[in-house]
Design a protein around this ligand. Sequence first.
Ligand code: NAP
Length: 260
Amino acid sequence: MDLGIEGKKAIVCAASKGLGKACAMSLAKNGVDLVINSRTASELEATAAEIRAATGRTVTAVAGDITTAEGRAKVLAACPAPDILVNNAGGPPRGDFREWDEAAWMKAVNGNMITPIMLIKSVVDGMIARKFGRIVNITSGSVKSPIPELGMSNGARAGLTGFVGGLARQVARHNVTINGLLPGPFLTDRLRSGRVEAARKAGLPVDEYIAEFFKGNPAGRAGDPFEFGEACAFLCAASSGFIVGQNLLLDGGSFNSTMG
Ligand code: NAP
């Protein structure tokens, strides 16, 4: 399927690893030139080299913390007029809400709500003027089905989803779309690191423990980040302009519902 986005420019945030990297790779395979970002410069450069080698596209690595104004300014300086923006950042920690003070909440809301909103604000009017824009927010399945111990993630990401639900409907007539991609369990470093202790208790290597654990998912497994990246590229296709303000859950069917 030709997605019709060859030669477009994308910013993909938090993309040295995991879901962000998978989105970057799938976009580049479809002919998109990239500015990718994450904090650890060495890992980011290695990912940029890997995507360049695999796709032949231009991939510019901009190291920095995307949750800071300075980090965002560096990324936007490298790509002031993106056609595509993929918002992503690390997620808030697990815990009991009684342990979270105001500063912890501010950090979570800044990283998973304010940061994507600030980036959208910086690029959306240019997209409107150019009559093409695709914005994908990587959020979480917790937006639909809250995970009690991830209360800050549930709250901050639901806030983002609510805000963009309205904005998406204000910009759609200019061929600018904003949609959410909601990961269930995907085999990334984040998922692995969260299972290390449980695997140790079960006396199993982490990947074996994860394989066993996710046999209960209707798909019988955890997701492959490649599958996530491909869904992102699809939402960014030229022909996806009528997909507006949607939240696509990729969880192997574990959210049990007849519709939606
Ligand atoms: P991952 O494998 O740990 O990768 C995270 C990426 O984000 C890395 O490239 C990391 O690089 C970068 N990053 C983190 N904080 C950043 C910051 N402040 N500024 C710039 N880059 C930053 O994580 P993942 O599994 O792909 O998860 C991505 C997002 O999806 C997270 O918000 C996570 O909570 C959410 N999610 C994931 C799953 C899943 O199953 N994997 C499920 C639900 C939700 P540096 O550390 O070098 O910056």
